[in-house]
Design a binder for this molecule. Structure first.
Ligand code: PAF
Length: 281
């Protein structure tokens, strides 16, 4: 397994494989790899000859009051996980390699970045779209893999690829969950044992919403209220947003449609967690 830290070494690595007619799959990550990331690697391994995992805690997608400095890192463990999963190369540039002095070009995707996490985290998706564009330009993958826990991120990346004619296929794979339903996330690391137990309320709220829809409730406001009541039953849980929206536009809906996205962001103590569920009737 190659460890690539510069853009030029990565370009050479990719060119050598493409010359042999090989296909390349990219799994963009911020490291601290867990089962969710590894399911993306597995998907990439099945579809492509060469798998590259990028590990880069991208500073431009964090707000000034957010957790950039304390974002968990464990390079040694990540290296071993990638090696065991059959990854061909890790691209792990420094911030200076990715953002040269004077860097001042941004990718701004439109209305799908304005709701949900985009509303609570101004500038977040501009940072994500910009770094993912850079990663696509550096690695030039045939396919790139994203987890549906970050449903909005997958929608934003698909829209960007479509609007800007980027020659890459976006593959979005299902959320991996712990046994009790909590979506696997690097940020679960921040939770104390007590908070970890309280965090189960996110999945409970989504299930409550889904069950109401399947029971025939068609007013989105009733679904929102049921999810909010479930979250508010845990005093330590603070709602950032509870959304019942269209899975393509991410705009709030009034009535349940054949496909509806239930999405939420909740703070448990100091940790902001997100989750979602697509409900089809
Ligand atoms: O999902 C993530 O880990 C990040 O947002 C990504 C896609 C690697 C961009 O920094």
């Amino acid at each position: 397994m190659e460890i690539l830290t510069t853009v030029s070494a990565t370009r050479r690595f990719i060119a050598a494989h493409k010359q042999q007619g090989k296909t390349v799959g990219l799994v963009p990550t911020m490291g601290y790899l867990h089962q969710g990331h590894l399911s993306l690697v597995e998907g990439a391994r099945k579809d492509n000859d060469v798998v590259v995992v990028s590990i880069f805690v991208n500073p431009t997608q964090f707000g000034p009051q957010e957790d950039l400095d304390r974002y968990p890192r464990d390079m040694e463990k990540d290296r071993n996980s990638c090696h065991q999963a059959g990854v061909d190369a890790i691209f792990m540039p420094s911030a200076a390699e990715m953002y040269q002095p004077g860097f001042d070009t941004w990718v701004q995707v439109g209305s799908v970045t304005e709701t949900l996490c985009g509303a609570s985290r101004p500038g977040h998706f501009r940072g994500v779209a910009t770094v993912v564009t850079k990663l696509f330009n550096i690695v030039q993958p045939h396919r790139a893999y994203f987890g549906l826990k970050d449903f909005q991120q997958a929608v934003v990346i698909k829209k960007m690829v479509q609007d800007l004619n980027m020659p890459v296929e976006i593959v979005a794979l299902p959320t991996v969950r712990e046994e009790d339903g909590l979506a696997v996330s690097s940020r679960n690391e921040y939770l104390t044992p007590k908070e970890r137990a309280q965090a189960r309320v996110l999945y409970r709220a989504l299930r409550a919403g889904k069950e109401l829809i399947l029971a025939g409730e068609c007013q989105a406001q009733a679904i929102r209220k049921a999810m909010e009541d479930e979250i508010n039953s845990v005093p330590a849980a603070k709602i950032d947003y509870v959304s019942v929206c269209d899975p393509t536009t991410l705009a709030e809906v009034d009535a349940i449609a054949p496909a509806t996205l239930l999405a939420l962001a909740v703070k448990i103590g100091d940790t902001r967690l997100i989750d979602n569920m697509l409900v089809e009737i």
